[in-house]
Ligand binder design. Structure first.
Ligand code: ZN
Ligand code: ZN
Ligand code: ZN
Length: 364
């Protein structure tokens, strides 16, 4: 990422701060800081915080021992390092003197927020996501490329898993394999790898355990990680041996629902309409009550971020929005199914970043 891109992002943030009447942006741990600076703060009791004034400079207040990891960028921010005996809260307060409204990063530790509120009694605090969320939601070409590379890496794993045998293994064993494969495929970290078999798949966020996968089980694999700073997230379904007619019918409906969701994701379509398009298919198939979650979530530096594809979200899709389309069918005590791809809204229509086969993969 070149420095001018960071300067552009901060300039756009200042435009939004103007619109929202925010005087300063305070960013600590979490993805907002690297989005604007390329630097990820250590999640420590020692405070790292970017103070970006709307009508002024940006300064990154950083513990002295972390300073060697930061590259100062003159046109974006300067660095002010603090010593072990300094009070970093006082430093931040000094840079926000006279400020009426600050937008503070959503991931900032409560202890720092509380200390800052005490140090700045006349300042109003508002969530930084109001400023940064809409900016981060629209991906530029480099970001889409990073999302695509991450998607391709997990696609490869989804394809390889079709030739693996699942029967006789625990969910946890398959989970470990997925994590290892994500790292081998170039992810800097694995964020999650849900492996849910048989009736366990009816719990959308099942934690993989000691259940041994057996003949006839469906196996839901939903996995993703971070690669070059951007997230992957894919769900594919496997079945050990022949699926029952009930599983097959539900899966057929799910594929149609997912396709309907993807097709509805045109620039200008409202998020809630995309959700409704996928949901309608399952409702018509008599499975509406079994689809217990939203259709999707935005994805970028975070696995879940704006825009959320959910009823009640009237945000219109814009070119560069990246999000999952992941309808599911969950029948408690019996089985669960989900199918998930990452999609980018473009002027020439919705574009899937994942292309691993979407059929119910029959495995041994
Ligand atoms: Zn989820
Ligand atoms: Zn997922
Ligand atoms: Zn997802």
């Amino acid at each position: 990422m070149v420095a001018t891109a960071y300067a552009d992002r901060l300039a756009r943030a200042r435009v939004r701060m103007e619109e929202l009447d925010v005087d300063a942006l305070l960013l600590s741990v979490g993805p907002d800081l690297p989005y604007f600076t390329g630097y990820e703060a250590m999640p420590l009791e020692r405070l790292t915080m970017l103070v970006a004034r709307r009508d002024g400079d940006a300064v990154l207040i950083v513990p002295r021992l972390e300073a060697p990891r930061v590259t100062e960028q003159d046109d974006v921010f300067t660095i002010e390092s603090w010593e072990e005996t300094d009070d970093p809260i006082a430093r931040v307060a000094a840079h926000t003197k006279g400020v009426r409204v600050v937008a503070i990063g959503d991931h900032t530790w409560a202890r720092f927020v509380l200390a800052l509120q005490e140090a700045l009694p006349d300042t109003r605090f508002t969530p930084a996501a109001r400023v940064t969320g809409p900016l981060r939601a629209i991906k530029d070409a480099a970001e889409i490329e990073a999302l695509e590379a991450a998607a391709r890496a997990v696609d490869g794993i989804a394809v390889e898993m079709r030739d693996r045998s699942f029967a006789g293994r625990t969910e946890h064993d398959v989970h470990r394999e997925l994590v290892e494969r994500m790292l081998d495929a170039g992810h800097q970290r694995a964020n999650f790898a849900i492996v849910a078999s048989g009736p366990n798949a009816a719990s959308p966020h099942h934690h993989p355990g000691d259940r041994v996968i057996g003949e006839g089980d469906v196996v839901l694999c939903d996995f993703g990680g971070t690669m070059r700073g951007y997230c992957s997230d894919i769900t594919r379904m496997f079945v050990v041996g022949d699926p029952t007619p009930e599983v097959r019918d539900a899966y057929d409906a799910l594929v149609v629902a997912q396709e309907a969701g993807v097709r509805a994701a045109e620039v200008g379509a409202r998020c809630e309409d995309v959700d409704a398009a996928a949901r309608r298919v399952l409702t018509d198939a008599g499975l509406g009550d079994a689809f217990v979650h939203r259709t999707g979530h935005g994805i970028g530096m975070e696995a879940h971020e704006d825009p959320y594809v959910v009823a009640g979200n009237a945000t219109p899709l814009a070119s560069g929005h990246a999000f999952s389309i992941e309808p599911g069918v969950y029948l408690p005590g019996r089985f669960g199914l989900r199918l998930e791809d990452i999609v980018v809204a473009t002027e020439s229509g919705p574009r899937r970043l994942n292309d691993a086969p979407r059929d119910l993969a029959v495995v041994g």
